[in-house]
Design a protein around this ligand. Sequence first.
Ligand SMILES: Cc1cc2nc3c(=O)[nH]c(=O)nc-3n(C[C@H](O)[C@H](O)[C@H](O)COP(=O)(O)OP(=O)(O)OC[C@H]3O[C@@H](n4cnc5c(N)ncnc54)[C@H](O)[C@@H]3O)c2cc1C
Length: 437
Amino acid sequence: MTNMERTTCLVVGGGPAGMVLGLLMARAGIEVTVLEKHKDFLRDFRGDTVHTSTQNLIDELGLGPRFAQVPHRRIETMRMQFDEGAITVADMRRLPGAHPYIALVPQWDFLDVLADAAAEEPTFTLRRNAEVIDVVRDGDRVVGVRYRDRVAGTEHEIRATLTVACDGRGSAVRAAAGLAPRSFGVPMDVWWFRLSRRDGDPVGGVGRISTGQMCVMIDRGDYWQCAYLIRKGSDGELRAAGIEELRRRFAALLPWMADRMAELESFDQVSLLDVQLNRLRRWDLDGLLLIGDAAHAMSPVGGVGINLAVADAVAAARILAPALRSGGIVPRSLLHRVQRRRLLPTAIIQGVQRAAHKGLFGQIMRDEPTQLPHTATAAGMADAVIPDAPLESLPLPLRLLQRFPVLQGLPARLVSIGPLPEHAPEWARRPATPART
Ligand SMILES: Cc1cc2nc3c(=O)[nH]c(=O)nc-3n(C[C@H](O)[C@H](O)[C@H](O)COP(=O)(O)OP(=O)(O)OC[C@H]3O[C@@H](n4cnc5c(N)ncnc54)[C@H](O)[C@@H]3O)c2cc1C
């Protein structure tokens, strides 16, 4: 163990929750240190969606021009393709404001925008390669953490007035603090791999559902980030069936991708993402707050976890910064106000995800995949020309969405704005700063 450091607000984890919290605390003039275990933000698995409410927040923080400079794609409508044809489930163009769309941005670029802005504040420190391994207590109170410098191999202790765990679904802080979330059933895991993207491919996102299988693809410019859903816990058994079986299934789902399936040479290119849906009963201890996935892991359904994590961070900064600025210990009752503020939107979204897990996703994962004919579509097809599914083949809610398109604004609002969007406190706002060249 080497030297001991001190800060006012210690943020563990530099994901969406941690970086937004770090930036806002620094703009409040509070000494804040973010510990991030990786050396950069460049990891393959990061959700890529930046929703309307997060884009509005970025504008309020004066970062709109910088964010606009990051190459991104827009999702204006969400279409799902079934065997019978395609349906539109959400139409973001019906949303109010400057950003009636979801921006698809590699998350490392989004985090870099936040990190650059935070680095302009004199009270902000981001320490990379710093992996938290334990909490430090004084009696029952959490007073900091122990972390390992992954480059030097040394261990350090850092003490803080407040520690905020933003270290995601596998939160080391949560485990060290002895907290365990309540888990809700999840029927699926996700295989995650890349395939090249070619001229004439659809733009934005692609979703495809068939009996017993489903995939989603995110447009990252010159390649597709592909997610193929598998039954929870079936990774080993499916890998044993060989990569050829995955290639065959994927090409049958999306025949216009068949010409590039040979790019998947082995399962080394396929990562398993363990899907979880859970929530802590209490998000705080004396001296410690947990937010984002560390407090409530989100399923990928609807792609809303980043939005919620960011909203938690904004609420936490607004509620806690005044107390931290005035010095002294932050009472637990004040920490608990963050959970009181964010519990309802979290529970609503998790409720929708649980219903989707039980219904549509549960059904897909229960069924055995059927052999699909290779006739549905041609290479180079844009999603606009995928024929609409006949209305009579759809369940009532989907039929209503197709018959009255104005209703497509409701799922768009739930996904892209969400219940109780958070806005930047006055003290965190800045005039728009021009993009740096
Ligand atoms: C398969 C899948 C796909 C998803 N796709 C989307 C999507 O498209 N859009 C969307 O909005 N949501 C998506 N989600 C959900 C989303 O990823 C999370 O809800 C969101 O990332 C939570 O943000 P966070 O900041 O709380 O945690 P994270 O994003 O998990 O960030 C945690 C950070 O803490 C760091 N860290 C971890 N442990 C330590 C440690 N011990 N010490 C220091 N640092 C540590 C990590 O390196 C990471 O940077 C998806 C989830 C899954 C499972």
